[in-house]
Design a protein around this ligand. Structure first.
Ligand SMILES: NC(=O)c1ccc[n+]([C@@H]2O[C@H](COP(=O)([O-])OP(=O)(O)OC[C@H]3O[C@@H](n4cnc5c(N)ncnc54)[C@H](OP(=O)(O)O)[C@@H]3O)[C@@H](O)[C@H]2O)c1
Length: 210
């Protein structure tokens, strides 16, 4: 699949490398596609990747990952204009600057805001409830870490499900996009556990069933 990744930070670099290993073609959309740092991110993906401007990167993408800080999510998607019904995977968490909480919740979510700002995209929430360290290796012994996803479009969710599995997570469908109101606070719980309660970033959520 042709995947555009908006943002070449920790999440973009980690998922880009995992998806490239799984055989996908990656185009990073970056403000500085020719910078040394971005070229290193591209090189880490092997030959299946390149970096361009955000508009160039999304031009022929079949799926797009939004991996920018929450405060620039709106400008990033509105500058791109028409998504033509393509899948937009949102991994943002609407954190306040000191990471002590989230800006939104209960009555809306970052994912729903992004869907409102990009009405021509089929938005799916995913990849917001684990650390980059876990994205790099979601396997814990015999277990795969769980990655929740949610959205309102069945076809877009199928794409997200496959891309979650391709990273090595156990995909769990959390329902409609409004379930982001649960997944974003869940990310806050993860951050609290990892950084305040001593679990560290080499820990992950796992759904169990019987
Ligand atoms: N880090 C985690 O463990 C983690 C886990 C789950 C979800 N998330 C969420 O994933 C998103 C990305 O997180 P991250 O850790 O990858 O962030 P990051 O390391 O700060 O990278 C964000 C990237 O966004 C791009 N960007 C575009 N406009 C920007 C601006 N005005 N200021 C700063 N960066 C800008 C930059 O790429 P260019 O310079 O190439 O444009 C930058 O490298 C966030 O919303 C975060 O909440 C993070």
């Amino acid at each position: 699949m042709k995947i555009a990744i908006l943002g070449t930070g920790a999440v973009g670099a980690a998922l880009g490398a995992r998806w490239a290993q799984a055989g996908h073609a990656i185009k990073f959309g970056s403000r500085q596609p020719l910078s040394e740092r971005v070229l290193e991110v591209v090189e880490a993906c092997g030959t299946a990747a390149l970096a361009q401007s955000p508009a160039q990167a999304v031009a022929d993408a079949e799926a797009i990952l939004l991996a920018v800080p929450w405060p620039v999510a709106r400008i990033t998607v509105t500058e791109l204009g028409n998504f033509g019904g393509r899948t937009l995977i949102d991994c943002t968490n609407p954190l306040v600057a000191d990471l002590s909480g989230i800006e939104l919740g209960h009555s809306t979510s970052a994912a729903e805001q992004i869907a409102a700002w990009a009405p021509s995209a089929r938005v799916v929430k995913a990849f917001n409830t684990a650390s980059v360290r876990v994205m790099n290796d979601p396997r814990f012994g015999d277990h795969q870490a769980t990655m929740f996803y949610c959205g309102d479009d069945a076809a877009a969710k199928m794409i997200a499900h496959q891309l979650v599995a391709d990273v090595g997570f156990e995909p769990v469908d959390a329902g409609p996009l409004a379930s982001s109101r649960y997944l974003e606070p869940l990310a806050m719980l993860y951050i609290h556990l990892a950084f305040k309660q001593g679990w560290g970033s080499n820990s992950a959520f796992k759904m169990l069933k019987r």
